[in-house]
Every structure is written in C-alpha cells, then in structure tokens.
Design a binder for this molecule. Structure first.
Ligand code: UT7
Length: 334
C-alpha cells in the first residue's frame, strides 16, 4: 500500500452577528479609524455579546456546519483537536464540550494551546495521527472568544481582536495530496512580551489581579511585531525551500491575520504577489488560532480552492510560537 497522507476534505466556520466597527471603538477609547486602518488594517470585528456563551459555542457552530457540508457521519469521527486560548474552562477541554455538543460521540477530544499558531499545531497533530494509520477521520477546530480577554479601555489592544471559529475535516488518502509538510517552532523567551498575566497557577486570580486587569491580553506590540515579521518570514521561506517551491508554484499564501504590515513584509520576503495572498483582517480582526481556518472557510465558500492548488500557510503567536505548512488542496470547492 502507498503512503497514507492526511487531506482536508471540508471546511466549516462561524462568526457571531454583532459587528464592532472602528467608529464604535473610537467612541470607547482615544483612537480613530484612520490609525487602526493604517497601522493594522482592521475595519471591523465580530463579537460574541452573550456573556453566558464560551468559545465552545463558537466551535460547535463551525463543527455543525462542517458535518452538514461534508455529510460525514458524526459517529465516524475518531478525534477532535481544538486550538484555543480562550477555552470555556481551564478544564475540562473545550474539544470535549464541542464533540459532545455536535454529536461526535465516539471521538476522543483534547485541546492544543499554541496561541495564534494553534491551528497549525493542531493540524500537524491530526496529520501525524492519520499518517500513522491509526486514525482515518479527525476534526480540527479553532475557536476564540477573544472579546472576553480584551480590555476595552486599552486602546493599544482593544482594536485588534475579534471572535469566531473554523473547523476542518481531515481524512486519510493514498493520493499525493493533502498536508505535505510543516515546520513548527517555539521560544518561551517570548513570554514577557505577550501574555495573560493572571489566572494560571503562576499567578492565580485574586481581587488584586482583577483590579489590575491582568486577566486580559498584555502585549508589547513593537517587540511582538519584529519577531512576527522575522520568524514568520524565516519559516515560510524555509518550507518553500525544502519543498522546492517557488512563488510561481503557489496558488495561495494564507498568513495569520494579525497586522496587514506583517503580512506584507512576510509576503515580500517570500516574493509572493498580492493576488496570491489571502487577506480578510479588515472584516474580522485578529481572531488568534481562528484566523487561518476562517480564511479557508471564506475561500471554500467563494469556491476559489481547487484540487491540486499548492498553498503555504503560516502563523506567529504568543509563546512565542510560529510555524508554516505546505498543503496540496484536496478537492474543488462546491
Ligand atoms: O497575533 C499574534 C501576535 N501579535 C502580533 O503579531 C501583533 C504585533 N504588533 C502589532 O501589530 C503592532 O505593534 C500594533 C498594531 C499592536 C501596534 O502598532 P505600532 O505601529 O507598533 O504602534 P505602537 O505601539 O508603536 O504605538 C505608536 C503610537 C503610540 O503613540 P506615541 O507614543 O508615538 O505618541 C501609541 O500610543 O500609536 C499610539 N497608539 C494609538 N493611537 C491611536 C497605540 N494604539 C493606538 C490606537 N489609536 N488604537
């Protein structure tokens, strides 16, 4: 028998209805549409307003749509891997809640914490499970309720983030398609620059941590920016070189959507033209682990993904974590 590859066979997604515009934000903090558009490239983001709903609500919506689109029997799905930094609880895993809500009753489920790189890490895990021959159908879901960890009095972070979810079905194939290669890296020395300072075992929640607003995203923007550009560029170029890919070979480059200027700088290093870069940061903001599957979801819905398309995806996030993946797309969107 030929080598078993892992291939994406469907994409689901979801964004909540409420749209928070730059105009509304500029009434909340000292900012302007002009600053946010020129420095970051975001016009609006979707927000889950209902305080009683966690990230699993978003993830469940994406998985339900995925099941409907692919017509997979939910009982045939063997594993659910969820990438999130905004899990419903510290435990149990959000993946378990999603699997139960969406009727994937036979799947074992666990979460992956790799911040904005989470989808790449979860998809690499799913790929290894499938290539091993032990699993045939795995759902990888990313869901983030970033709004609950955003301080809407801090103008340096509150324009950045949005809520949403995306999910893919990953199946076994012996065709030479699917997830061909990935490079994943991390460096814990990045910790001070991008983190939620309290709520974990190193700094448990207390009145003091709540008063100091330490349960929201803390980011030293410029330091993170520099690492994001360098590390995402290095890893994206590396995956192209080791797979003998030129920019001409690529149908699409799909980057994590954190800042339009980061995307432009990385694409420049890769020598990829604007027409091949998927960008939707303007509509959704930075949805952390969700940004790449949300791109795939839109592209699938627009029917612009075709079997055989060569795609590079790449991401950078807290940790620091970063990575790139080379995919040969497995089906014509319909
Ligand atoms: O998702 C994965 C990891 N995250 C990232 O990849 C994000 C990386 N970082 C960035 O994208 C950018 O650093 C930010 C978008 C976060 C910030 O942009 P920046 O160009 O690095 O701005 P800055 O922090 O250097 O601030 C420049 C100026 C400052 O004013 P002064 O000191 O020059 O007078 C800020 O106070 O802009 C000011 N500023 C704002 N002004 C209007 C900061 N936020 C705002 C705002 N509106 N919302």
């Amino acid at each position: 028998m030929g080598k078993i590859n892992a291939v994406i066979t469907g994409v689901g997604g979801y964004v909540p209805d409420y749209v928070l515009t730059n105009e509304e934000l500029s009434r909340m903090v000292d900012t302007t549409d002009e600053w946010i558009m020129t420095r970051v490239g975001i016009k609006e983001r979707h927000i889950l307003k209902d305080k009683s709903l966690g990230a699993s609500f978003l993830g469940t919506k994406a998985v339900e749509e995925l099941v409907k689109k692919t017509k997979v029997n939910p009982l045939d799905v063997e594993a659910v891997i969820c990438a999130t930094s905004t899990s419903d609880y510290v435990f149990p895993a959000t993946a378990a809640l999603i699997a139960n809500n969406a009727g994937l009753k036979n799947a074992f489920a666990f979460d992956v914490q790799a911040a904005c790189t989470g989808f790449l890490v979860a998809l690499t895990n799913a790929t290894a499970f499938i290539e091993s021959g032990r699993y045939k159908k795995i759902v990888v879901v990313a869901c983030e309720k970033m709004s609950y960890i955003t301080d809407y009095t801090d103008r340096s972070t509150c324009p950045l983030f949005g809520d949403g979810s995306g999910a893919v079905l990953v199946e076994a194939t012996t065709e030479n398609i699917g997830i061909i290669d990935s490079v994943l890296q991390s460096n814990g020395a990045g910790e001070p620059h991008l983190k939620m300072r309290a709520g974990g075992s190193a700094c448990p929640a207390s009145h003091e941590t709540v008063d100091k607003k330490w349960h929201t995203v803390y980011q030293e923007g410029q330091a993170v920016f520099k690492h994001a550009v360098t590390d995402m560029s290095d890893v994206s170029v590396a995956i192209m070189e080791r797979n003998q890919l030129t920019a001409d070979d690529l149908a699409w480059f799909i980057p994590h959507q954190a800042n339009l200027r980061i995307i432009d700088a990385v694409a420049h290093r890769m020598n990829v033209g604007k027409e091949k870069i998927k960008i939707n940061i303007e509509k959704y903001g930075n949805t952390s682990a969700v940004s790449i599957p949300l791109c795939l979801w839109e592209m699938d819905n627009e029917r612009i993904l075709h079997k055989g398309d060569k795609i590079v995806i790449s991401a950078f996030g807290a940790g620091f974590t970063w990575g790139a993946m080379y995919i040969i797309w497995g089906y014509d969107s319909k």
